[in-house]
Design a protein around this ligand. Structure first.
Ligand code: 2P0
Length: 320
């Protein structure tokens, strides 16, 4: 009873920040993301009557701190009266550094757990289960451009555009690889409870979603660039105005934003987005990817560059 799944992280262009139901992990706002191709997490779930408790190995090392959340995810997918599991996870990019590693990890865990237990779910059901573990994970059950919508008491997902029909590139500038100071779950609640901008953030989200959805459907890069940068900066303004303030950026993050601004003045079709971490993701047209990558690599403080096209949905790769 073992299954292995692969999922890719996704980068939100219109961000999820805030929860309307913490218990069920329902987001307060919809979001739109792109699923990446080159970054991935592979998760194996092996259920066994020989195990007395769940065991988790992340990139070859046993991990106690992450285990309760993974165990809860398995309880949610399989049921609490399940066999114990050995879970092994391997990512080809830094984890817990604002690169959406929880999205790919929980998407892959959900798919692998369901298969290991011989349970059959629709993609949308798998997305809802993954989303209960980590909101952004729901989006990695789909490929290309993905929208997550709030729908009554649950979420609904839609693939807005397939991977190959608008092959944007994402250049990730890594400026720091350590774990982030405040996890997203806690940070979102601090924002909801203390930020004076939180309510207007929530109120304006549907408008941003509408503009981004239309831009994606029409392949209007300029429109998507404007709304994505605006939405990103609004989310960070909510965080900055929280008490305590949550500032995920470092000086290299700012320098990367300036590099993107400079590229834009030179005619490059590129925009930046930044999540709950110091990395800068530059989204661009394929013909501009090399120039964007070179300029970001030369930006002081950038430690590494990762390039990715848009990728496909989470999937099962092995079952025994
Ligand atoms: C996003 N982020 O839309 C936003 C932008 C971070 C900034 O989704 O609490 O790890 O597990 O549901 O999914 C990160 O939040 O949060 C996230 P939980 P998650 O990608």
């Amino acid at each position: 009873m073992q299954a292995t799944a692969i999922a890719q992280p996704n980068i939100a262009l219109i961000k999820y920040w805030g929860k309307r139901d913490v218990e069920r992990n329902l987001p307060a706002v919809g979001s739109i993301s792109v699923t990446l191709r080159e970054l991935h997490t592979e998760v194996s779930v092996a259920l066994s009557s020989d195990l007395r408790s769940d065991e988790l190995f992340v990139n070859g090392e046993e991990s106690q701190p992450l285990l309760p959340r993974i165990s809860r995810c398995l309880d949610n997918v399989i049921g609490t009266q399940r066999l114990r599991a050995r879970i092994t996870s391997r990512s080809n990019f830094p984890i817990a550094a604002g690169l959406a590693s929880s999205a790919s990890a929980f998407a892959a865990t959900t798919v692998a757990a369901a298969s290991a237990a011989d349970l059959s779910f629709s993609t949308e059901e798998l997305a809802r289960l993954a989303g209960q573990a980590s909101g952004s994970a729901a989006r990695s059950l789909y490929g290309g451009f993905v929208e997550l919508r709030n729908s009554g008491d649950t979420i609904k997902l839609a693939a807005l555009r397939e991977v190959d029909s608008w092959p944007l590139q994402v250049v990730v500038a890594i400026t720091e690889t350590g774990p982030k100071p405040t996890g997203s779950t806690e940070a979102m609640e601090i924002s909801r409870e203390t930020s004076p901008f939180y309510t207007s953030w929530i109120e304006q989200q549907d408008q941003d979603l509408e503009i981004a959805r239309t831009a994606i459907l029409q392949r209007d890069f300029a429109q998507l660039a404007t709304v994505a940068e605006h939405n990103c900066l609004k989310m960070h303004s909510v965080m900055w105005a929280s008490r305590p303030p949550m500032v995920y950026w470092n000086s290299a993050t700012m320098r990367c934003m300036q590099t993107v601004r400079q590229l834009q003045t030179e005619g490059c079709q590129v925009f930046f987005t930044i999540d709950a971490g110091p990395q800068v993701k530059a989204v661009c047209l394929p013909e501009d990817a090399e120039a964007v990558s070179k300029a970001l690599a030369e930006t002081p403080g950038v430690q590494e560059i990762m390039m990715s096209g848009l990728g496909s949905a989470a999937r099962l790769v092995d079952k025994t």
